[in-house]
Design a protein around this ligand. Structure first.
Ligand SMILES: O=C(O)C(=O)C[C@]1(C(=O)O)C=C[C@@H](O)C=C1
Length: 349
């Protein structure tokens, strides 16, 4: 049951243009870059003023890199896959609304990508409208669906009957409202105070939120080939499939983590899509693939699951270190392996 992870080697050096993990968040390094351009290129969910851009600005200085705003998450990730940019920054999880499914699904399929960093952004919204508009006039509100989900209660209480007009991002709604179009199809937008200032719209209401402590987690994504250094406070993201029609398959998958003392910080099922009842599991586990307990878990998963996709080991944005129970430290695995080697060499204890 307990696998020996002793012969697994780490991926080596940091290729040019990829970030060096430092202080819980990734940091961009200077040229030359993986795309062959002078400055690292970052795709992100745009336009300027999104919460995603705020996350991106945590990991790069915009004067030293090239920021490429994209219409949606899939486009940003595909630019990385095609080698047109070095990285993408996309949302993955919100503390109120949960996972960003399009991100989970895009990482789970297609050519492989890896997460090399994560960033946390506190979320606060304002309601903005064109000059002369008052709260009493607002009937149609545009914003990103995840943002709408975080403000539904506030809208119900302050603007009963107002309807949602979906936008590709919060800043996209603001940009449309601030643009030349006579009738953008909505009266107001829910977005960050920063984006509303950037596009120069008046604020009708601030502090709009159902939960004032909402946080969104964003990831920095690259092509495979680079593994951030372990910091002692890391996460490993995986996507696994279970064997079909096997009683206890989910339990058996979870046991791989439990028996090696690897705690999970997120697990959710996503439909695989080809027929009803087939699901993959998207998992964040505490620890780094260079650590023995995580390697032993991966070896176990590989034995019991038909598909295991490694989606990266990277520093946690909150710097929180795992609580390791006795017997699950690297030294414990090494000592156990030495003992078995001694047995093979004719030892008896
Ligand atoms: O629309 C934006 O500003 C985004 O960056 C997207 C996004 C999301 O996908 O959850 C990010 C943070 C907020 O939770 C709302 C929207």
């Amino acid at each position: 049951m307990h696998d020996d992870a002793g012969d697994v080697e780490r991926v080596g050096t940091v290729p040019a243009g990829l970030p060096e993990a430092r202080g819980g968040a990734a940091q961009a390094t200077p040229a030359p870059t993986a795309t062959g351009t002078a400055r690292a290129r970052y795709a992100y969910l745009g336009p300027e003023g999104t919460f995603t851009e705020a996350a991106l600005l945590q990991v790069t200085d915009p004067t030293e890199s090239e920021l490429v705003p994209c219409l949606d998450v899939v486009t940003a990730l595909d630019l990385v896959r095609r080698g047109e940019v070095d990285f993408a920054v996309v949302p993955i999880e919100n503390s109120v609304e949960g996972s960003v499914n399009v991100t989970l699904d895009s990482l789970a399929t297609g050519s492989p990508l890896v997460i090399v960093g994560e960033m946390l952004v506190p979320i606060a919204f304002v309601l903005a409208a064109r000059e002369g508009m008052t709260l009493a006039h607002v009937r149609r509100i545009s914003t990103h669906p995840h943002a709408w989900a975080q403000c539904r209660g506030w809208v119900g209480a302050h603007l009963p009957g107002a309807v949602h007009v979906p936008a590709t991002s919060t800043a996209a709604a603001v940009a449309l409202l601030a643009g030349d179009q006579d009738a953008p199809g909505f009266d107001a937008a829910l977005a960050s105070p920063l984006s509303v200032r950037k596009y120069g719209l008046p604020v009708l209401a601030d502090g709009v939120a159902d939960n004032p402590h909402a946080v969104t987690r964003f990831i920095l994504v690259a092509r495979p080939g680079y593994l951030p250094e372990p910091t002692g406070a890391d996460k490993t993201t995986l996507m696994v499939h279970l064997p079909d029609n096997e009683a206890g398959a989910l339990l058996s998958m979870l046991e791989q983590f439990a028996t090696r003392g690897v705690n999970l910080s997120r697990i959710e099922s996503r439909p695989i899509g080809d027929s009803l009842g087939r699901y993959s599991f998207s998992i964040d586990a505490e620890g780094h693939v260079s650590e023995e307990r995580v390697q032993a878990t991966l070896i176990g998963l590989h034995r019991v699951c038909p598909t295991v996709r490694f989606l990266g080991s990277y520093p946690r944005a909150d710097g929180q270190r795992p609580h390791l129970r006795p017997g699950t430290h690297d030294a414990d695995f090494r000592a156990a392996r030495e003992w078995v080697r001694d047995l093979l060499a004719g030892g008896t204890v």
